[in-house]
Write a protein that binds this ligand. Structure first.
Ligand SMILES: Nc1ncnc2c1ncn2[C@@H]1O[C@H](COP(=O)(O)OP(=O)(O)OC[C@H]2O[C@@H]([n+]3cccc(C(=O)O)c3)[C@H](O)[C@@H]2O)[C@@H](O)[C@H]1O
Ligand SMILES: Nc1ncnc2c1ncn2[C@@H]1O[C@H](COP(=O)(O)OP(=O)(O)OP(=O)(O)O)[C@@H](O)[C@H]1O
Ligand SMILES: [Mg+2]
Length: 265
């Protein structure tokens, strides 16, 4: 099963940061042209994944502008829920990315309106998924208006456990980090001279009001070290493999389009 998952999620056991970085930049340049779009948009959270995907998208758009003379652009979005505790990291990430433009939208009023509009009480966990979906709505609004494509930050270490909100942060047009493990993403950021606090910080979805900054590893009950080892084809404890494979099977529905009677019965 390990081999099958590695193949399905496009993981390479060994990755050269310089080569992979160049491949992704070139891919984003080619894809935006093929789509006839004017650039990309992505929410910047102050975490590792959006720092990396944003940096690569900006590089791609800068190169394409120089090569074609056309107005390709990358738009970074700050999408706090009220005041974000690690806002300083977000500003550091923006400083590192140097986006062509930054648009800010507080998702809190829309999230609260949705929660208040429902007669069904929602747990902080399910309220958290509304936050992720509201960020998706804001990004698609900008993409539609400005003819951009939405970047998603899904990568192999997230895809394998389905650790994202379906049609929330899981919804995107292009996922440049596909195939990468968490440590491979770190290695590319290191290669790009990213300030290390942005890739050494504990990954968090930061969605649940009653558990601010809950580390992914606590929520999952798994370490990224173990997930990465598994994905890179290394031997892990049998209990770890079993846990990862359990997540993988349970979240299969998140990795394809809606089920229908011709597929995915
Ligand atoms: N077998 C099946 N076939 C088709 N659809 C199925 C299904 N089982 C559930 N579903 C649907 O899927 C829904 C459950 O999926 P979903 O709504 O995503 O909810 P769920 O997977 O329960 O929660 C999302 C998880 O991802 C984490 N997350 C979210 C966002 C960002 C990050 C991050 O790392 O930054 C992490 C979050 O902390 C939470 O643990 C169900 O309500 C149902 O609608
Ligand atoms: N507060 C936020 N502001 C803007 N975008 C956000 C915010 N929170 C989440 N997002 C978007 O949702 C995506 C998924 O969040 P996720 O936590 O997996 O990635 P990350 O925060 O970039 O990295 P890490 O996994 O290291 O925390 C982010 O990459 C980002 O695009
Ligand atoms: Mg995060």
């Amino acid at each position: 099963m390990q081999q099958q998952i590695m193949k399905e999620l496009h993981v390479q056991s060994h990755m050269d940061p310089a080569v992979t970085y160049r491949e992704i930049v070139d891919y984003l340049k080619a894809y935006v042209r093929k789509a006839g779009a004017k650039g990309y948009v992505l929410g910047i959270s102050g975490g590792q994944d959006s720092t990396l995907a944003g940096k690569i998208a900006q590089q791609a758009m800068t190169e394409l502008r120089e090569e074609t003379g056309e107005a390709y652009q990358f738009i970074a979005m700050r999408l706090p829920y009220g005041v974000q505790a690690d806002e300083a990291d977000c500003q550091d990430a923006l400083q590192f990315i140097q986006p062509d433009q930054t648009i800010v939208c507080d998702v809190r009023p829309a999230v609260e309106a949705t929660i208040q509009g429902l007669e069904l009480p929602l747990s902080p966990f399910h309220q958290g998924n509304i936050k992720a979906r509201q960020r998706m709505i804001a990004q698609y609004a900008v993409a539609g208006q400005l003819h951009l494509l939405v970047i998603g930050t899904d990568h192999a270490a997230e895809a394998v456990t389905g650790f994202y909100t379906k049609w929330g942060d899981g919804a995107a047009d292009v996922t440049p980090l596909t195939g990468l493990t968490k440590r491979q993403g770190k290695a590319i950021l290191q290669y790009l001279n990213c300030p290390e606090h942005l890739y050494l910080k504990k990954p968090t979805a930061d969605l649940e009001d009653d558990k601010p900054g809950l580390p992914d590893e606590v929520a999952l009950g798994l370490t990224y070290e173990d997930i990465d080892n598994y994905l890179e084809g290394k031997q892990v404890a049998a209990s770890v493999a079993q846990q990862i494979e359990g997540y993988y099977v349970r979240t299969e529905h998140k990795r394809h389009m809606p089920a229908n009677r011709f597929e995915h019965s």
